[in-house]
Design a protein around this ligand. Sequence first.
Ligand code: ATP
Ligand code: MG
Length: 242
Amino acid sequence: MIHRVVWRARSEGESTVPRGDLKRGFFLSFEGIEGCGKTSQLHRLARRLRALGYQVVETREPGGAPISEQIRTILLDLKNRGMEARCELLLYLASRAQHVAETIRPALEKGAVVLCDRFADATTAYQGYGRGLGPAVVARLNRFATAGLSPDLAILLDVPVAVGLARKRRAGGLDRLDREQASFHEAVRRGYLRIARQNPRRVRVVDGTASEDAVARAIDQIVQPRLRARRSGLTRVEPHAV
Ligand SMILES: Nc1ncnc2c1ncn2[C@@H]1O[C@H](COP(=O)(O)OP(=O)(O)OP(=O)(O)O)[C@@H](O)[C@H]1O
Ligand SMILES: [Mg+2]
């Protein structure tokens, strides 16, 4: 309850809330260019963690709450090719603000492990670096949208652009962003790697070109020790069979 009061008070008056006021839960995002394996690996990790008895919430961006999912539809719609970069940035942030308030923050307060398919680093990579709006302006607006909440850990699945796009093509259905020029995706990939270099503890790079099993093992080796270190703030439930 105290957490909630602190949250309200700070989100009205300040642009930044340190993670420190929220001692419970663990917030992990999956990042990387299209087709790098985020969604597959997120589901696999969720299954493994549930089998170990963690309470797990799977969510995604843009989306993850009803209003945010409506904004997702606008963002991915092929009809919206004329979308201005600033409009795109603000729609992502609007979606995120609702997602944090309605889904992520309450789940963390309950002691859940929240696995999020893309989060704020994606906005820095795509809109900051890819669209050229710059990482500084995106960082400032991200802090406003999230009221300072950032993932405890981001797994960056790194693959060459050609590998990611070939996987997507095989799986079928390219959306508005998938159809961007290869140079855009290259800029996004470089942006992600730069974010990882600047945040070596929070963002961990995993080679996404390995087999799905090998990638899953690499992710486990990073995630499991972090969860053990946080265990007093995590809710344990009856392990689910997998
Ligand atoms: N390590 C891997 N090796 C080979 N194929 C993979 C691997 N990981 C995922 N794939 C396949 O590549 C395709 C894209 O994977 P996935 O949907 O998990 O990527 P994603 O990062 O979520 O993509 P998007 O950015 O479009 O959401 C899927 O068909 C998936 O089965
Ligand atoms: Mg995906």
